[in-house]
Design a binder for this molecule. Structure first.
Ligand SMILES: Nc1nc2c(ncn2[C@@H]2O[C@H](COP(=O)(O)OP(=O)(O)OP(=O)(O)O)[C@@H](O)[C@H]2O)c(=O)[nH]1
Ligand SMILES: [Mg+2]
Length: 243
């Protein structure tokens, strides 16, 4: 029957960088059941971050970027001999298992099993930076739309809010929110720009007892960065993400 396993030889192209995008399935319903605050909930964010950290410890990727219910992962090497079936199944189920563990450990109960979808995106190094810039733009759009909708819902029904928001430019949304006391530019960075998980070089102060002198050395420390800059080439080169 092996000849019927027709997708098992589907592999990522050699020589390209591999990004995974893993996205929560029906998380609008899950968030409602778990009673997360709208549009942003710190505990939900922390569950997503913990899943990213679990992934980092298990698979040592180069970079993870998360916002809302999605996780973008730049792999540092190609596991499973590059087999797409393995990537999509193992990584998505790993995140679903981790996320479920995080929810249960926090003392919450779940009605239905949690799942994530997964896609594999092969890119050249130059396009990797473009990819993360695009996802960060999506995080920002998500932030504007989320605040606009949930702020209007305090005064209007679902249908009325959607009608008001239809075809509005982002400057008009800024105005709607500003009039109601929300300045988008002052929202926490993790809501506007998402969260990065990566290893950052830090300088460690030590003491050499033989030479009897203070010494400085470089170490890489895993960082959960909730204060990301707007992504540009400098961010990726400074943090050696594409090395
Ligand atoms: N309350 C709350 N909900 C959140 C938060 N972050 C993400 N979500 C929910 O996650 C959803 C993510 O969007 P989508 O991935 O398009 O929606 P989905 O319901 O997961 O749909 P599929 O991915 O197509 O299965 C948002 O619409 C929110 O409902 C949060 O901080 N608080
Ligand atoms: Mg989703």
């Amino acid at each position: 029957m092996k000849e019927y396993e027709i997708f098992s030889n589907l592999k990522v192209p050699g020589g390209s960088k591999i990004i995974l995008r893993i996205d929560g399935r029906k998380f609008s319903i899950l968030s409602h059941h778990l009673g997360f605050k709208k549009p942003y909930d710190e505990q939900f964010r922390d569950f997503m971050i913990q899943s990213c950290l679990d992934f980092f410890k298990e698979f040592s990727p180069s970079f993870i970027y998360t916002f809302s219910d999605e996780i973008n992962i730049l792999l540092s090497e190609i596991p499973f001999a590059g087999r797409i079936e393995k990537f999509d199944s193992v990584f998505a189920s790993f995140i679903a298992g981790s996320f479920t563990k995080n929810v249960l450990n926090a003392g919450k109960s779940i009605k239905n099993p949690i799942s994530f979808d997964s896609r594999v995106i092969p890119l050249s190094s130059a396009l990797v930076i473009e990819y993360f810039k695009e996802r960060q733009n999506e995080a920002w759009r998500n932030c504007i739309n989320g605040y606009s909708y949930w702020t209007l819902r305090e005064e209007y029904t679902k249908e009325e809010s959607m009608e008001i928001l239809k075809n509005k430019k982002s400057s008009e949304l800024h105005d709607i929110l500003f009039k109601r006391g929300i300045n988008l530019a002052e929202l926490p960075s993790w809501q506007r720009r998402g969260v990065g998980i990566y290893k950052k070089e830090v300088i460690i102060q030590g003491y050499n007892p033989i030479k009897k002198e203070n010494v400085k050395s470089k170490r890489k420390k895993l960082l959960v960065d909730c204060n990301l800059p707007i992504f540009d080439a400098q961010f990726f080169s400074e943090n050696l993400i594409l090395e």
